[in-house]
Design a protein around this ligand. Structure first.
Ligand SMILES: CC(C)(COP(=O)(O)OP(=O)(O)OC[C@H]1O[C@@H](n2cnc3c(N)ncnc32)[C@H](O)[C@@H]1OP(=O)(O)O)[C@@H](O)C(=O)NCCC(=O)NCCS
Length: 90
């Protein structure tokens, strides 16, 4: 997900569009991964009805082996380290 223009309803519209597809295909669970530094995304997803499922500690170590360009530091100067899984039961 990337809104490009934030705080104008793009993110909510993208989630609504995904929900339409999941309804069409009778999906039961919508899930996603974000990183520990992305507090804005964590706020956004939780306000959209997603709940935290799991924290994969130090998962970025593995990710960086495949994609070394992932920076060490992310939003607000927070080290990017863990993956956080969220879900919404449909
Ligand atoms: C996280 C992200 C997807 C959220 O998307 P967004 O487009 O900013 O989301 P929305 O605009 O729908 O909602 C954000 C806020 O704007 C508000 N808003 C929505 N439409 C609005 C409008 N027309 N005018 C003013 N505010 C509005 C929403 O109510 C919400 O407010 P709240 O946080 O107080 O509840 C976006 O910040 C983003 O793309 N970030 C960069 C990439 C990223 O980190 N992606 C996630 C990877 S897992």
């Amino acid at each position: 997900m990337n809104s490009l223009v934030e705080g104008k309803g793009v993110g909510s519209a993208l989630i609504d569009a995904v929900k339409k597809v999941t309804t069409q295909f009778k999906c039961e669970r919508l899930w996603l991964i974000t990183t520990n530094d992305n507090t804005k995304a964590l706020r956004f997803y939780q306000k959209m009805g997603f709940v935290l499922v799991a924290v994969y500690r130090n998962a970025l170590e593995q990710s960086r082996k495949l994609k070394p360009e992932i920076p060490l530091t992310g939003h607000d100067g927070i080290p990017i380290r863990d993956e956080i899984e969220l879900e919404k039961i449909l």
